[in-house]
Ligand binder design. Structure first.
Ligand code: IMP
Length: 226
């Protein structure tokens, strides 16, 4: 499926690198909601693999940040599932390891996509007053970094509240021309430049109710286009 031989780039670790020629798994090998049977091309990253990788990211975060207090800042809507699963695994480590990572959780909502295209206007919708972040160690949790514009804008916004430290966890980073402006500190997977859905990633609000990360089919794009 992937290798991690080209594992370092910039400040962050690319995580599991999924190559451009990865075809994904046939849908028939997995279960998924019947209502999406015409709308998907393949299972790109199975849910179980996402869970296993998230468990390791939680351990890396604990190793680096353990014994500090952190505020987890979940980037909605797409980040809710990854954030919940990551927090759950950090909680497990809190119960079972000698280190401890006290956490509080806050939310911010951003929107920049229409259909499968990034738009210039990025809206910060929720929790605009993040003064609780002042002087705190902040872990931003985002499900996907594509061009990196969203992350850049968000980092500028959060820096304005003068936190002590900011780290970013991103489940997916896309390989796009010129690369994203900034790489997350913790990366689950580096993926080709394809539009993916599921695991709370949407296409015009559809597919959040799908466990695996999948590639949307052309007919799916047409069906849910706005
Ligand atoms: P960026 O600003 O180009 O990095 O875009 C990041 C945002 O675009 C994410 O927070 C997602 O909301 C959305 N996005 C980018 N690529 C995808 C995708 O493949 N599937 C679903 N949403 C995506």
């Amino acid at each position: 499926m992937a290798d991690n031989s080209e594992n370092k780039s910039g400040s962050g670790d690319c995580g599991i690198v999924i190559r451009d020629d990865w075809p994904g798994y046939s849908l028939d090998l997995f279960t998924y909601p019947q209502h999406y049977s015409e709308d998907l091309e393949c299972v790109y990253i199975p849910h179980g693999v996402i869970m296993d990788r998230t468990e390791r990211l939680a351990r890396n975060i604990m190793d680096d940040l353990g014994d500090h207090d952190i505020v987890v800042l979940c980037v909605l809507k797409g980040g809710y599932q990854f954030c919940a699963d990551l927090v759950e695994r950090i909680k497990t480590l809190n119960r079972n390891s000698s280190k401890t990572l006290p956490m509080s959780v806050d939310f911010i909502r951003l929107k920049s996509y229409l259909n499968d295209q990034s738009t210039e206007d990025l809206h910060i919708i929720g929790a605009e007053n993040l003064s609780v972040l002042s002087g705190k160690n902040v872990l931003i949790v985002e499900v996907i970094v594509d061009t990196g514009k969203t992350m850049k804008t968000l980092l500028n916004h959060v820096e304005g509240f003068r936190p002590k430290m900011i780290k970013v966890a991103g489940l997916l980073v896309k390989r796009v021309p010129n690369g994203p402006g900034c790489l997350p500190d913790y990366v689950g997977f580096e993926i080709p430049n394809r539009f993916v859905v599921g695991y709370a990633l949407d296409y015009n609000e559809y597919f959040r109710d799908l466990n695996h990360i999948c590639v949307i089919s052309e007919s799916g794009k047409q069906k849910y286009k706005v």
